[in-house]
Ligand binder design. Sequence first.
Ligand code: ADP
Ligand code: MG
Length: 340
Amino acid sequence: PDPAPPRAIRELPDELISQIAAGEVVERPASVVRELVDNALDAGARNVLVKLMAGGVRSIVVEDDGCGIPVAQLPLALKRHATSKIASLNELESVATMGFRGEALAAIASVSEMAIASRTADAAHAHRLDARSGELGAAARSRGTSVEVRELFFATPARRKFLKTDATELAHCVEAVRRHALARPDVGFAIWHEGKLVDQWRPAAIEQRIGDVLGEDFIAESRAFEHSAGPLALTGRAGLPEAARSRADQQYVWVNGRYVRDKLISHAIRSAYEDVLHGQRQPSYVLFIEIAPELVDVNVHPTKIEVRFRDGRAIHQSVRRAFIDALAQSRADAAGVESA
Ligand code: ADP
Ligand code: MG
């Protein structure tokens, strides 16, 4: 049979465009936590507070003591493709902030009940904007920003059904904050759930923070390394082979402070452990890669969890080398202790 006649092409309404975009950015409460903490860090926060109810499904509140948003700009903060972080293609190519796409707040607001309260240093008081009603009023808080996200996916029950138990969603939210906490030891973080403190990390030196977040066992069973090659600086800790785990649940990589998952990097690390790890044993590690921003493209995926390197081979070689050296060093140390 002949195909049905064509349907008219229409431009989608803004709200629906945001809801479609939200499908990529907001998968679960932890995605909201990640975006809001990114924003707090971009605003120069020294302390970030995350308060959750029902695993973040009922409510997520992220408070920071950053620079705040001028009241005149509050409505813009919620608009799609509105950002203070880049203004040109040039700036995109050397972006140093976590955000730059200007779509997280708009996307989150389109699938939740959101409100944002903020105060800049020179404002007489704070203002609060309700995203749905557009109502703007006076509010009480010190300098910084609070974003409240309630009833995630309330309007899209099909998505809400994909959420797991509150305990599982909470665990993902906590993991999202841990990734930030490891990358930013200079910032204090606290997570509350149902009015109870879940975890708290005070500003600390990096080794202290790693121990606070991953446990003192990880410090004892890993070796610190530093490796630089041209525009690349690698620091981190390589878990000792004896401390390998059955699950790959302690493998953390950041590129310029951004947590990433990258096959090239995990392959390079895996290959460094080739001769010392058997079967499916999984090494633990933290790896911080610092690289000139123009040598890495972070605009590959809306969630920015994937990056693309201009020179992947060089990254692979350096990462592999850093881990091989760290493991060799730890063996040398151990041999030294035994012969002493
Ligand atoms: P992006 O982070 O990509 O710019 P967002 O939608 O996450 O996009 O945020 C939009 C804008 O709102 C930001 O560019 C910033 O100017 C402002 N903003 C959001 N959250 C905060 C915050 N916690 N503190 C200060 N400004 C913020
Ligand atoms: Mg953002």
